[in-house]
Design a protein around this ligand. Structure first.
Ligand code: TMP
Length: 202
């Protein structure tokens, strides 16, 4: 018995965090064992890398490689063992974030990102990815009200426009894996969409 792997994606401020706990709870109510986790992070080592990634100045290659270092540790120690014992893994961000942020946002080497993904997790992509889609200026407005900016959130609107466009292209390329959620909809409406989709996953 293998668990399902589900990821939540979107630009900072699009609102995915509002729904993660709630979504994991729906799965638990349906009788699933659930691991709710995040990237970068999810293990002691990966959380330490996260603190560096979000706080320390670094060049784009260092950033990309640290993202994958954190991912490798997280997959090895938490995600793969959980899936193997039938636990459903709900992950706040995964490699689509790297393609969108380090690829589209930073205008980095998408082919190398794909190569790293093929090396680190050739056999593993999410079964379902929810993309919270919101215009960058609206996401910025929401973030400004919620919290001080980290190193990524301090990027300008043009950066987040590129990240958003990158995500939209990923969703178009894999319509069966992605479910695009209009993050301008009400919380209740979004939860209805999530609940219906969650019930359809087997
Ligand atoms: P969070 O604020 O959603 O927890 O995510 C942390 C930040 O890390 C967010 O701004 C997106 C960024 N990030 C990347 O740039 N590349 C990645 O591969 C991942 C997982 C996150």
């Amino acid at each position: 018995m293998k668990g399902r792997f589900i990821s939540f994606e979107g630009i900072d401020g699009a609102g995915k965090s509002t729904h993660l706990e709630w979504y994991a709870e729906r799965l638990r109510e349906a009788g699933r064992a659930v691991l709710l986790t995040r990237e970068p992070g999810g293990t002691e080592l990966a959380e330490a890398l996260r603190a560096l990634l979000l706080g320390e100045a670094m060049d784009a290659r260092t950033e990309l490689l640290l993202m994958f270092a954190a991912r490798q540790d997280h997959l090895e120690r938490r995600v793969r063992p959980a899936l193997a014992n039938g636990t459903w893994v709900v992950c706040d961000r995964f490699t689509d974030s790297t393609l969108a942020y380090q690829g589209s946002g930073r205008q980095g080497p998408t082919e190398r990102i794909r190569d790293l993904a093929d090396w680190i997790h050739p056999d593993l992509w999410p079964d379902r990815t929810y993309l919270f889609d919101l215009p960058a200026p609206e996401a910025l407005r929401r973030r400004a009200q919620a919290r001080p900016a980290d190193r990524f959130e301090a990027e300008d609107v043009a950066f987040f426009e590129r990240v958003r466009a990158g995500y939209q292209a990923l969703a178009r390329a894999e319509p069966n894996r992605f479910l695009v959620i209009d993050a301008n909809e009400s919380i209740d409406r979004i939860r209805l969409v999530l609940a219906n989709d969650c019930a359809s996953l087997r």
